[in-house]
Design a protein around this ligand. Structure first.
Ligand code: DX5
Ligand code: ZN
Length: 216
């Protein structure tokens, strides 16, 4: 399995100082950017103009997690803006294969996200079209929620389905020093952490600690 990656979520950052908050996580693998539209999830965060601005100043790649309706229309624009990864929700996409191809054609890595209650199996045949699976380990919408252990079997099934394919397996929600080993043991190799990273003074130390725990 590939070396574990730590992607802090800027949802828990100071939105009044996003450039400085990106610089604080410069030792991470990517910045996880939660785009919420107030419809697919009951929360509203930021959209394309802000991602374009972040892209100009970020010291690390941007990994955009789109919790929006109609990703078929909007997701490729995030790749065009320079985001390294663009993940859309399986529940929201009308034509996921076309969408994944559009994201890749725009230069991004395409990710497919599953809410906790969404099964993996209907999407297994799509795996050659994507670069990442995101298994949500909380209900999407808010930071600071508790990791849902009921998602562990799906992480295991996703790891088995990936097999030899070059696909990353990301987990998002409730990842901390107390839970990351469980997710890693189940097969995840990209770890999103919001409150666990931005909730401490020593952000670089926390990133290193999470990386070491995930690799153990
Ligand atoms: C939740 C978001 C997450 C969130 C994670 O809907 O997708 O990326 O920022 O926050 P923590 O790590 O605090 O659970
Ligand atoms: Zn997220």
């Amino acid at each position: 399995m590939a070396a574990p990656q730590i992607n802090p979520s800027i949802l828990s950052a100071d939105f009044a100082n996003l450039q400085a908050e990106l610089e604080r996580i410069a030792s991470a693998d990517a910045a996880h950017v939660d785009v919420m539209d107030g419809h697919f999830v009951p929360n509203l965060t930021l959209g394309l103009p802000i991602v374009e601005a972040l892209q100009r100043v970020s010291p690390i790649p941007l990994d955009c997690h789109l919790m929006i309706e109609d990703p078929d229309r909007w997701a490729p624009g995030y790749a065009e803006a320079g985001a390294a990864g663009v993940t859309f929700h399986a529940e929201a996409a009308a034509a996921p294969v076309k969408l994944a191809r559009d994201i890749r054609a725009a230069g991004g890595r395409a990710g497919l996200a599953l809410r906790p209650a969404t099964p993996l199996e209907p999407f297994v045949d799509l795996l050659p079209e994507i670069d990442m699976i995101l298994v949500m380990t909380v209900e999407p919408g808010f930071g600071g929620q508790s990791f849902l252990d009921v998602t562990l079997p799906k992480i295991r099934r996703a790891r088995a389905a990936i097999g030899d394919l070059d696909i990353r397996l990301q987990v998002d929600g409730g990842i901390s020093a107390a839970t990351i080993e469980r997710a890693a043991e189940a097969g995840a190799d990209v770890f999103v952490a919001g409150s666990a990273v931005y909730g401490v003074e020593d952000v670089a130390g926390r990133i290193a600690e999470l990386r070491a725990l995930a690799a153990a």
